[in-house]
Design a protein around this ligand. Structure first.
Ligand SMILES: Cc1cc2nc3c(=O)[nH]c(=O)nc-3n(C[C@H](O)[C@H](O)[C@H](O)COP(=O)(O)OP(=O)(O)OC[C@H]3O[C@@H](n4cnc5c(N)ncnc54)[C@H](O)[C@@H]3O)c2cc1C
Length: 583
């Protein structure tokens, strides 16, 4: 039995992007629902530490959104769409004030203004001087942001379906998305959520890798759903490695640590970043991650295996550590057994963020790029880490993602207000609905085969070994073959033994595994095809950026097809940033 629940619009995801979209939709008086596989305040946004960027100029008065725009384009290694970057950076100051008025408890400076710290890749006067642009609530900014947005939604009486797992998109015969198939984790009940507009805000997919800063729930569900429904994915090779994942567990040590004055150290006692970049420890993340890898590769790593480096904050004042970095102090004590005031923190580049995703317009409408043409998918929107607007291009600047999720979450909600019309007929046939449950029925009926968990370790190892910081043709070719085989076998033989209804986490994890495998394959296809080094994508066999052939988005289709899509380098109010080398 499949229940049906009908709404004007549904938002899949209760993280920052989903909750901001829901607020905008609620303001328009739409009948909406937010569906989330975890309680909303447990979404990965809660783990964000360092902060959120906006050129408020609270610390240095002459900061300007145009400098933020310039830094973001440069940070993206020119793969970001400049029209979307312009929109985000221009909207940023207003967005921060709006959040502050909603009640977000930002840290303050001595004048009572919102506190701003330094972060990687930030400058003023177009690259001439460093600047402090990252607004923060201690080192728990995501926590403060997510709770603020949740409370606002409660006040607006947003309807929540918490601990519901969305399986697939429902598409009708005209190619419109008309809702989703879902399962209530608590009871096992199946439901077709019928809606004229569906927003995907399902977050990232860092769990395709073995070592990741991402929560266990970051399994790329929305990306895989869209891909399976025939919608292309964009720039999936662009995975950011954060330079400072805690050695061993991968838990994040915020870039804010370096923003406050922390420095990276090798086994010979050198603060090596000055050797690699004029911005030293505050260079862009791709540059810092590669520099740390160089130290490790050349035998200057730390520990008995020489396989990590150290982050030194011993010179920071007790007051800075207590007020600005309480979270990372706690994490270092609990998970590394060290007090960072006395000993440097062991860290290693760790997978952190997906710059690619579901391509959208700057208003969140999903684009399907097919045979060289952009088509808007009727009824489908995407925002947040699962979307690729694209403001981050080949490398995201720290603290630009929290900004992205609130700016574009709001933009999606506003766009739906404009385009949604109750008279639009959006019907799904019984066959359309059944199709979105077919994988569920197949898995339920399978009583023997290979345990679904047995696919996780080989996938994560392949991703870690063959699609890491440095990449090369032969390894990736083999890696892609193995991943495709793994995915095929999963479809043929993966099963879960426990078929019970109530809170069956085995079943949910099996469907997450199915999604992870799709995301892993899409990453491998893209990475193998892009024959250059740009931003986070570093190929030892093609070490240079190749603007002639590869200044374009990479598009992968579910059937294995690959296309190039033009980058938008036409902002409206400012001069486009001219191509140059980054350092
Ligand atoms: C440790 C860490 C620290 C970070 N620090 C910063 C920072 O300081 N500054 C910054 O700018 N960025 C930071 N980032 C990045 C940033 O936090 C994320 O990119 C951003 O919060 C993602 O928000 P989101 O709303 O897109 O997704 P999420 O917050 O991940 O939310 C996804 C939502 O989708 C739901 N969902 C997913 N799949 C399904 C499904 N199948 N069915 C139902 N619901 C589903 C989940 O339940 C969840 O509610 C950090 C990231 C990490 C991992």
């Amino acid at each position: 039995m499949i229940a049906v629940k009908a709404f004007d619009a549904i938002v899949i995801g209760g993280g920052g992007a989903g909750l901001r979209a829901a607020l905008a939709l609620g303001d328009a008086g739409k009948k909406i629902a937010v569906i989330s596989k975890v309680f909303p305040t447990r979404s990965h946004t809660v783990a964000a530490q360092g902060g959120i960027n906006a050129a408020l100029g609270n610390v240095q008065h002459d900061d300007d959104w145009r400098y933020h725009f310039y830094d973001t384009v440069l940070g993206s290694d020119f793969l970001g769409d400049q029209d979307a970057i312009e929109y985000m950076c221009k909207e940023a100051p207003r967005t921060i004030i709006e959040l502050e008025h909603m009640g977000l408890p930002f840290s303050r400076d001595e004048n009572g203004k919102i506190y701003q710290r330094a972060f990687g890749g930030q400058s003023r006067f177009f690259g001439k001087e460093p600047v402090k642009r990252t607004c923060a609530a201690a080192d728990r900014t995501g926590h403060a942001l997510l709770h603020t947005l949740y409370q606002q939604n409660v006040a607006k009486r947003t309807q929540f379906f918490n601990e519901w797992f969305v399986l697939d998109l429902v598409k009708n015969q005209h190619g419109a998305v008309v809702g989703v198939s879902a399962i209530d984790i608590v009871s096992g009940e199946l439901c077709y959520f019928m809606a004229r507009q569906t927003v995907l805000a399902t977050g990232g997919a860092g769990r395709i890798y073995h070592s990741s800063t991402n929560a266990y729930i970051c399994t790329g569900d929305g990306l895989a759903m869209a891909w399976r429904a025939g919608i292309c994915l964009q720039d999936m090779e662009m995975w950011q490695f954060h330079p400072t994942g805690l050695y061993g567990s991968g838990i994040l040590i915020s870039e804010g640590t370096r923003g406050e004055g922390g420095r990276l150290l090798n086994s010979q006692g050198d603060y090596y970043m000055t050797k690699y970049s004029s911005m030293a420890d505050l260079a862009c993340r791709d540059i810092v991650a590669r520099s740390s890898m160089e130290e490790i590769i050349h035998g200057r790593g730390c520990g008995p295996k020489k396989d990590h480096v150290l982050l030194d904050i011993r010179e920071l004042s007790e007051e800075t550590i207590a007020q600005k970095l309480p979270g990372i102090t706690e994490i270092s004590k609990i998970y590394a057994g060290i007090d960072p005031k006395q000993d440097p923190i062991p860290v290693v580049p760790t997978v952190h963020y997906l710059m690619g995703g579901i391509p959208t317009t700057p208003y969140g409408e999903v684009i399907n790029h097919k045979n060289g043409k952009d088509e808007i998918v009727p009824g489908l929107f995407a925002a947040g880490e699962c979307a690729c607007v694209s403001v981050h291009g080949a490398n995201r600047l720290g603290a630009n993602s929290l900004l992205d999720i609130v700016v574009f979450g709001r933009a999606v909600g506003q766009r739906i207000q404009e385009v949604d019309n109750a008279s639009q007929v959006q019907e799904a046939s019984r066959t359309d609905i059944e199709a979105a449950f077919s994988a569920y029925y197949e898995m339920e009926e399978r009583t023997e085969g290979d345990a679904f968990v047995s696919f996780r370790e080989p996938m994560q190892r392949l991703m870690q070994d063959d699609f890491g910081v440095y990449r090369e043709e032969e390894k990736m070719q083999k890696g892609l073959g193995s991943l495709q085989e793994l995915r095929q076998n999963f479809h043929k033989s993966a099963y879960y033994k426990d078929k019970s209804s109530v809170f069956n986490t085995s079943r949910i994890e099996a469907f997450e595994m199915r999604n992870l495998l799709d995301v892993a394959v899409s990453t491998a296809q893209s990475a193998l095809t892009r024959k250059e080094s740009r931003g986070a994508h570093s190929r030892v066999d093609y070490p240079k950026r190749d603007d002639q052939n590869w200044l374009c988005h990479s598009i992968v289709h579910y059937d294995g097809g690959f296309e190039k899509r033009m980058v938008n380098n036409s902002p409206k109010e400012v001069e486009p940033v001219a191509l140059k080398e980054r350092h």
